[in-house]
Design a protein around this ligand. Structure first.
Ligand code: NAD
Ligand code: TYD
Length: 350
């Protein structure tokens, strides 16, 4: 395999850290440059196991900062960008939409602009891979699945900003001929997930005997994918996808929120030696999220048929592994839930 220098943005976040770890370990001949601003969601402790590897470099910076991104391109002369940096939490997007426009839209276009200039005349040998979400497709009713041709219909400021960034990436492929690929993935779960999202927040609350806040009646459905399966899909798509293509990535694993939380409670009762049913008593129904999408479900047939990717893990096993990781990594959890997290939690759930 040839040598490559790849800038991975958002590599200190949840999914980004799994992608960085996978590529650093699997491709020692690559140089992986992790560009991350280290917002509340970015944490270098996510990468402590690989930070000393000779093919790994961390650069702190903002993807919206053109001069910084330009200097980074000059310093490393990258062959590719895998772009994950984003503001990623729907609830925060409802409170602060402009933060999402800045990072997700302006940040993406800033990266595209710098890449376009740096790679001009050699687009064929330079790839811009944009990591996106199934939320751009909007909400499904009881039936149906999102395919790569489903029309965009975002509802939250988060999904609207990701939809916009997807459109810009396609525009740079269609207008300038840049080699761009996009993937749209369903909800991820696994280790190093910031405890503002449903699964890690619930694990943390169950552990601390705090109420588990379920929005509305808990009837909303999400399609959950093991984060390491997502990282493997990104690896496959990055290396094998034809230019200009989009792939949907999903777990074939739909769960109503309330059923998922009941399963999680049962797992945690066992792990924490509690009476069966004890953790489920923490379930508390709270005011629904504004504009709450009813159901997401991904049809990942194209990815299976063209690139041979399939999810590897059964949900129960993945959830159990996830719970084990959080129980074994109390210091990580304590570090990320100290300080600003408390304030966020009070504002969001008071
Ligand atoms: P995350 O919030 O855990 O991590 C985001 C990372 O980006 C953090 O390390 C943060 O410091 C960094 N970042 C934020 N703003 C930045 C900026 N201006 N400049 C540089 N770095 C910045 O997010 P995640 O859940 O790992 O999601 C990663 C990507 O995958 C996002 O683009 C998201 O839209 C997409 N995605 C997420 C999911 C999911 O279930 N979490 C599903 C599908 C797609
Ligand atoms: P989340 O993890 O925020 O992911 P997304 O909104 O991107 O799908 O939420 C997953 C589901 O869980 C979603 O339907 C909203 C719901 N939810 C709750 O019921 N309570 C909570 O405290 C959170 C954070 C989410």
């Amino acid at each position: 395999m040839s040598q490559k220098t790849i800038i991975i943005t958002g590599g200190a976040g949840f999914i980004g850290s799994h992608v960085v770890r996978r590529l650093v370990n699997k491709y020692p001949q690559y140089t992986i440059v992790n560009l991350d601003k280290l917002t509340y969601a970015g944490n270098l402790a996510n990468l402590s196991d690989i930070e000393k590897k000779p093919n790994y470099i961390f650069e702190k910076g903002d993807i919206c900062d053109t001069s910084f991104v330009k200097a980074l391109f000059q310093k490393y002369n990258p062959d590719a960008v895998i772009h994950l940096a984003a503001e990623s939490h729907v609830d925060r997007s409802i409170t602060n939409p402009l933060d999402f426009v800045m990072t997700n839209v302006v940040g993406t276009v800033t990266l595209l602009n710098v890449a376009r200039e740096a790679w001009e005349g050699a687009y064929d040998s330079h790839r811009f891979y944009h990591v996106s979400t199934d939320e751009v497709y909007g909400a499904l009713g009881e039936d149906g699945m999102f395919t790569e041709t489903t029309a965009y219909d975002p509802h939250s400021p988060y999904s609207a900003s990701k939809a916009s960034s997807d459109h810009f990436v396609r525009a740079y492929h269609d207008t300038y001929g840049m080699d761009c690929v996009i993937s749209n993935c369903s909800n991820n779960y696994g280790s190093h997930h910031f405890p503002e999202k449903l699964i890690p927040l619930s694990i943390n609350n169950i552990k601390n005997n705090k109420p588990i806040p379920i929005y509305g009646k808990g009837e909303n459905v999400r399609d959950w994918l093991w984060v390491e399966d997502h990282a493997r899909a990104i690896d496959d798509i990055f290396h094998k996808a034809a230019t200009g293509t989009t792939y949907n990535i999903g777990g074939h694993n739909e769960w109503k929120n309330i059923d998922l939380i009941r399963l999680l409670c049962a797992i945690m009762d066992r792990k924490l030696n509690r009476e069966p049913g004890a953790s489920a008593q923490l379930i508390t129904f709270v005011t629904d999220r504004a504009g709450h999408d009813l159901r997401y479900a991904i049809d990942a047939t194209r990815l299976k048929e063209e690139l041979g990717w399939e999810p590897s893990l059964q949900f129960e096993e993945g959830l159990e592994r996830t719970v084990d990781w959080y129980l074994e990594n109390e210091a990580w959890l304590e570090q990320v839930t100290s300080g600003a997290y408390q304030k966020y939690y009070e504002q969001q759930y008071s």
